[in-house]
Design a binder for this molecule. Structure first.
Ligand code: TXA
Ligand code: MG
Length: 320
């Protein structure tokens, strides 16, 4: 089992030895290793059971340090970095050769971000290298938003988890890059599109799917619970399943259903707040996945603001 604590010096020395540490960020917990050490990076892929064609995000402590890893920083993207870092924004930038091939899966661009979490920023500042860190879950499963989530699934494989409490945002970072002169969003995430558009105007959103591996990052089935996860109209699905006498549990945005036992249902935000829903999403999916139900019934959020990113995760969880 991994040790869990707030010892930054210990985390630092483990990372300097080429081993891995679970780190908190504002989005989700990361499985971190020395991004400039190809062996440590290989260990990340092995530990997560992640295919090597799915590249990793490089985490660093400040905008100033990014120049060490990238050849060019287009004006629009720099403006976003200045506005939103530290924060839930990842930028795709042309990499320098100091970044190992394995980090980018051989692609010319490297994904970079400055996470917003005091412990992790202090750790990054103390290190002489950046950290490569995918979400700290086995490949394809739900991302972790609490140290106990990391411990439950990777605890046997890593020596240390830095305990930064529950993640404030709860959804992975929004991934942004450029194609020709155009700014493109490749993954919806914790930074809302409207926030980005306030700074640089209208951006393009690129659909991603498993059939297009050049479109970064996203296989259709992802963030997936082990139990069947079904999206639809909750009222209708509940009455059908009550009739069929299925053992089900319910994940709603804000509604509570009198016909369902309280222990078999979770509302992501009883007050209907999308930020709260985002923060609770992955922990709620895990909790229901560990319940005794045979199936999880869920509904989409309103398709606006963070609701879009939450719905993206819900659809992927349902796509099996
Ligand atoms: O919020 C986050 O971004 C979290 C925390 C730990 O920082 N990290 C995270 O990493 O979500 P991961 O590995 O689970 O997702 C990173 C995504 C992947 O889907 C990957 O394909 C994409 O970023 N990505 C990474 N490098 C890329 C690159 N060079 N080009 C295109 N996509 C890239
Ligand atoms: Mg992930």
């Amino acid at each position: 089992m991994a040790q869990i604590g707030i010892d930054i010096d210990l985390a630092k020395s483990i990372l300097e030895e080429g081993r891995l540490v679970g780190i908190p960020t504002e989005t989700v917990y990361g499985l971190a290793g020395n991004a400039l050490d190809a062996e440590a990076v290989a260990l990340i892929f092995e530990t997560k059971n992640r295919p090597s064609f799915d590249p990793l995000i490089l985490h660093t402590s400040s905008l100033e340090r990014v120049g060490d890893f990238v050849r060019d920083f287009p004006q629009e993207l720099k403006l976003l970095a200045e506005t939103f870092w530290p924060g839930p924004l990842t930028l795709l930038l042309p990499r320098k050769s100091i970044v190992p091939d394995l980090v980018t899966s051989g692609l010319d661009r490297v994904a970079v971000r400055v996470p917003k979490h005091d412990l992790t920023l202090a750790l990054l500042e103390s290190l002489e290298f950046p950290l490569a860190a995918p979400s700290a879950n086995p490949f394809g499963y739900i991302s972790p938003t609490q140290p106990s989530h990391v411990e439950a699934q990777l605890g046997g494989k890593i020596p240390y988890i830095l305990d930064g409490g529950a993640c404030a945002v709860g959804l992975e970072s929004t991934i942004v890059g450029m194609e020709e002169e155009e700014v493109v969003i490749y993954r919806l995430g914790g930074l809302e599109i409207a926030e980005i558009e306030k700074i640089i105007g209208v951006v393009k959103i690129k659909d991603h799917s498993s059939s297009n591996p050049s479109a970064p990052g996203q296989l259709d089935s992802h963030y997936a619970p082990k139990k069947p996860f079904i999206l639809g109209n909750l009222k209708e699905m509940i009455s059908e399943n009550l009739e069929k006498k299925t053992a089900f549990s319910v994940l709603s945005f804000s509604d509570f259903f009198l016909e369902v036992k309280p222990k078999n249902q979770l509302a992501l935000s009883p007050g209907g707040n999308l930020h709260e829903a985002a923060k609770n999403l992955f922990a709620a999916m895990r909790q229901l996945d560990e319940s005794s139900a045979d199936v999880i019934l869920a509904e989409l959020m309103p398709e606006s603001g963070l609701g879009r990113a939450i719905n993206d995760r819900l659809r992927r969880a349902a796509a099996k």
